[in-house]
Design a protein around this ligand. Structure first.
Ligand code: ADP
Length: 356
């Protein structure tokens, strides 16, 4: 009904290469239940937003995501009457002509790419917020306002980290989306994108789809869970006849060459199990990101590395690989910490950009 709609006051959107992330504020839980797009409610529940609720009076923040390639679903969601009439910055919801004045905070490359589409289909103007700035604002907000946001993942155990607000900066923010950005953060609005790599979540999903019969990210993750990377990766022990390379401290089980075993055997792609391929791939990409993150932390003398982006998806093997890589290369000096709201940093940052 129109009445319940008026209680959604703000909505922001982050349109990335793979996923669209939406954050919105509602004082009315009825208004936020999307009957038209049933798949969303499941997605929404995946996001632990419990802690955030305590910080916002008389309302809740909701988190929703869509695939960018299915932007029509997102348009459908936004065009539902509820949102169209409610998400108006500074204007009143009751005015019927207000629909033309809808302006939402938007970030990510898609805020440029799809600006016309939003205007034409929804009459919505995307009020752009710079992508790196959004990530940093989102991360800073979460690290300051949410008590159980950052955690380490060591030996299969999650441990929440108490953040000393006076001792938060500087830190390295690593956002693993389709591609990877590494940002040195020195304060609110004080940051520099110091590095990145194109070998990221899009690489895992893209290569994974080509190499296995997987159709979705979740399927690929699930597969990797069951696989064994030693079937495909060339280990130190494979080269050293089962021994460690002890002189330089490499265990026989360390990976000497990702996918390296595939060259030495007379095998075709079909001879490998998709789960083993998925696991080697996940391991290779996670290791590489962990290593580049560590090198950048070293470059600037940073001890804390916070990781976000939807590549992580709370996946044990991913987090374990990145944590071990950072720990190994830094000899225990640097720490990898994961953020509970992982993929929503940018959308949250854009959301924080509303002035009222
Ligand atoms: P971007 O802003 O570039 O889209 P995200 O932080 O949203 O980046 O992360 C996108 C990546 O997250 C994908 O490349 C993929 O590796 C991973 N991912 C996690 N969940 C999904 C999903 N449901 N569909 C597609 N990719 C997913």
């Amino acid at each position: 009904s129109e009445q319940s709609c008026e209680e959604i006051s703000h909505l922001s959107i982050d349109i990335g290469g793979t996923l669209i992330k939406i954050v919105y504020f509602s004082t009315n839980s009825k208004c936020s239940t999307s009957d038209e797009v049933p798949a969303l409610s499941k997605e929404r529940q995946e996001v632990p937003n419990g802690d955030l609720n305590h910080h916002i009076l008389s309302g809740r923040l909701y988190f929703v995501k869509f695939e960018t390639s299915k932007i029509e679903d997102c348009i459908k969601f936004l065009s539902s009457k509820k949102l169209q009439q409610c998400v108006i910055t500074g204007a009143q919801c009751h005015h019927s002509h207000a629909v033309d004045k809808i302006k939402i905070k938007a970030t990510g490359g898609g805020a440029f790419k799809f600006a016309n589409l939003f205007k034409e289909k929804l009459g919505i103007t995307l009020d752009k917020v710079e992508e790196m700035e959004s990530l940093v604002t989102g991360a800073n907000f979460l690290l300051k306002a949410v008590s159980h946001e950052a955690y380490t993942y060591i030996g299969g155990q999650k441990e929440y980290v108490q953040i000393d607000q006076k001792d938060l900066y500087p830190y390295l923010l690593v956002n693993i989306g389709s591609g990877v950005s590494m940002i040195k953060v020195d304060g609110d609005g004080k940051f520099q994108r110091v590095s990145g790599t194109s070998v990221g979540g899009g690489t895992f999903l893209g290569l994974g789809k080509l190499l296995t019969k997987c159709q979705s990210f979740d399927e690929l993750l699930e597969l990797s869970h069951q696989g064994n990377n030693r079937v495909i990766d060339m280990l130190v022990g494979d080269i050293y006849g089962g021994l460690d390379y002890s002189k330089i401290g490499l265990a026989s089980t360390a990976i000497a060459s990702s996918f390296g075993k595939a060259i030495s055997e007379n095998k075709e792609l079909e001879d490998y199990k998709p789960e083993d391929i998925a696991r080697s791939l996940l391991r290779m990409i996670s290791n590489n990101i962990g290593q580049i993150a560590y090198l950048n932390a070293l470059r600037f003398g940073l001890k804390r590395i916070f990781l976000g982006g939807f590549f992580i998806r709370d996946h044990a093997y991913t987090m374990d690989t990145i944590s071990v890589a950072v720990d190994f290369w830094s000899k225990g000096e640097a720490k990898a910490m994961f953020l509970r709201h992982e993929g929503f940093l940018g959308a949250l940052g854009a959301f924080m950009n509303y002035k009222d």
